[in-house]
Design a protein around this ligand. Sequence first.
Ligand code: PA5
Length: 434
Amino acid sequence: MKDIELITTNCKGYVSDAELKAVAKPIKLVHQELISKKCPGNDFIGWLDLPSRIPATLISDIQATAKKIRDNCDVFIVLGIGGSYLGAKAAIDFLKPNFFNELSSEKPKIYFAGQNLSADYLHDMLQVVKDKRVIINVISKSGTTTETAVVFRVLKQYLEKLYGKNNIKDKIIATTDAVKGSLRKLAESEGYKTFIIPDDVGGRFSVLTPVGLLPIAAAGINIRELISGAKDFETKCNVLDIKKNPAYKYAGIRHILYKKGKKIEMLSGFHPNLHFVGEWWKQLFGESEGKDGKGIFPAACEFTTDLHSLGQIIQDGERNIFETFLVVEKSMAKINVPKLKEDIDGLNYLAGKDLDYVNYKAYEATASAHYEGKVPNMMISIPKRSAFNLGQLFYFFEKTTAISGLLSGVNPFDQPGVEAYKKKMFKLLGKPGI
Ligand code: PA5
């Protein structure tokens, strides 16, 4: 199996070998701090060796539960927000066919909720799932997140009306803390099947815990392959040599570019299936690095679509951006441009070429144009839309974000800033005790 690969050619002129050599020194220091568990936030680094120590019994339990879900429902609803939803959504969208919920061969249909407070979203989803056999996986580490808890209350009542109060316990699975939080309390009093989110793994690093693994397995994806990709990169991203460790090279280059005024990183994928990988990545980097008045602003684009909108500001706007492209080398499908007798649209010069070829040329052209427009860029080549490559990518980004945060002197594992809106919202809502 081919590995994902980091290509940095288009950083020439922005990041020199000497600068990379220099940044390797502080990287070595933070690497030691991280692996000896002496870094800031060291009680949240359970993700570091998670791929190599996920218990076999847990994987079997997840797979058996996923089978029950697949055998017993038409619709599987995943409730969660932030780290309790983005990893599963990213994996499912990356690995399943586009429009899979519309394909009659696909069961169960999978929907996500509890990631917003929109009455219309919830109402419309309930219209879609009406008359269908539903199983819900409610996911919340704290067990108290308002968005998820409010939507769960609505869906629980919906199930109770449909099946009767005492007949829904086998239709709800809760993924939460081992002991704390109201979701744990509720799950125990109602007798739901539960999965535990480890104490030492924060939300945005939790895709390889039951938070991500259960919904991903319920979608029919091989989670062993995903874990094995992550395990492979757990080893490859632990090497000290910055030239051989793609995560350390990526972290080093980001750090150098940031110091030179490149304050925004645009993650630009050339496949719509990467959209939620971008959303997951934004949370991972934004919550980990953005604090104490510091941090690269993580933005994501979908190319070639956004070349017809944001492409303008990337090419020509303020020169404070660098870019990281995500390129899938081989699509699952092969579609050739047809040859026409009458070449009215003038496309016969592409006849017989497949869309991957055209898409790759679009990437090459974009990378070159943006580089010439003073946007240094890197590329992560993803051989295919496989669980193995996605596991590598998840771990690569997790390791980079940890090293990047530590390099810039912040605690990459907390998120004090997300509390500010909550406090104000609770006050406005009149929550008792606030
Ligand atoms: O990264 C984080 O910790 C947060 O974004 C959480 O994932 C998010 O707020 C959801 O929290 P919880 O799982 O406690 O409901």
